[in-house]
Design a protein around this ligand. Structure first.
Ligand code: A2H
Length: 255
């Protein structure tokens, strides 16, 4: 871990329709009238307009945790425990588990990602590099601005059959969210090509791309999308975050 606690934004991505296998396993465990949200931990809330899918680690273990009569969260147990000490569950330290499920079981689930231009919903897809030890184990995919996400959706589209997904699930339109002087509006694509990244497993080059994308986006970026279009990213970032929190679409999550 780096210096001190990391403050994430937990994005609430609502389940619209479970993948077939997940429905069989989970349907009778979810209270009637409750919505399930896959909670993604992000450092870039201002990019949420560009969400095109939602990643889980196919081999990771997840749980469904009851937050209230109306809300159930999907995340790792580690994250649920942390949340239970941050006032996210009603009783401190208590995170009632309704079910356990493997990431691979929920692949193909249709979800609604807040602010995304894809109002029809996006799919849950596998990302083999998701770490169980960071965030919630759920990563929302913004391939315009995250080199990891760009490399992963490109790989998923190329090997859709191998991954057992529909190719079109990985090929949703990637809108431009942020303009930067060095990389334009397609920062992730630009850097993936420039650094000759061929696979989501090119860890070293991806770490470099991530660093460059993050710095350029934060300090030099201008919003192209949404209510804060035209504003520097540095200013828009907390505003988008606050707006999502107020709307009940996000919350602060630290670790
Ligand atoms: B970020 P840090 Cl647009 N395993 O969100 C792997 N990666 C994870 C993760 C996990 N368990 N949990 C979160 N992440 C990702 C958006 C984004 C992100 C953009 C650009 C860069 C970026 C959309 N994906 O991250 O190690 C999440 O992806 C690069 C810094 O705590 C989260 O923010 O610094 C970021 O990594 C947290 O990484």
């Amino acid at each position: 871990e780096g210096a001190g606690p990391q403050e994430y934004t937990g994005i609430k991505i609502k389940v619209l329709e479970w993948a077939e296998e997940a429905k069989k396993e989970l349907a009778d465990k979810i209270p009637a009238g409750a919505n399930v949200y896959m909670v993604a931990a992000t450092l870039r809330p201002e990019t949420m307009y560009g969400q095109t899918c939602c990643f889980v680690g196919p081999k990771l273990d997840y749980g469904l945790y009851q937050v209230s009569d109306k809300e159930v969260y999907f995340c790792t147990e580690r994250a649920a425990r942390n949340m239970a000490f941050q006032g996210i569950f009603p009783e401190k330290g208590v995170f009632p588990k309704l079910a356990s499920v493997k990431g691979s079981t929920v692949v193909g689930t249709l979800v609604s990602a807040p602010l995304s231009i894809h109002k029809e919903g996006v799919r849950v897809l596998p990302m083999e590099t998701v770490l169980a030890t960071k965030g919630t184990g759920v990563v929302t995919s913004v391939p315009s601005d995250s080199p990891d996400d760009y490399a992963t959706v490109a790989d998923l589209a190329k090997k859709a059959e191998y991954y057992g997904i529909k190719k079109e699930w990985a090929e949703l339109e990637i809108p431009e969210i942020i303009n930067t002087p060095s990389y334009g509006g397609k920062t992730a694509e630009f850097l993936v090509k420039k650094l000759k990244i061929n696979s989501p497993k090119d860890a070293k080059q991806l770490a470099e791309a991530k660093e460059l994308a993050y710095k350029e986006g934060f300090y030099q970026g201008t919003m192209l999308m949404g209510e804060f279009a035209g504003m520097p990213v540095e200013k828009a970032k907390p505003l988008v975050r606050e707006q999502m929190i107020k709307a009940g679409e996000a919350f602060v999550y630290s670790e």
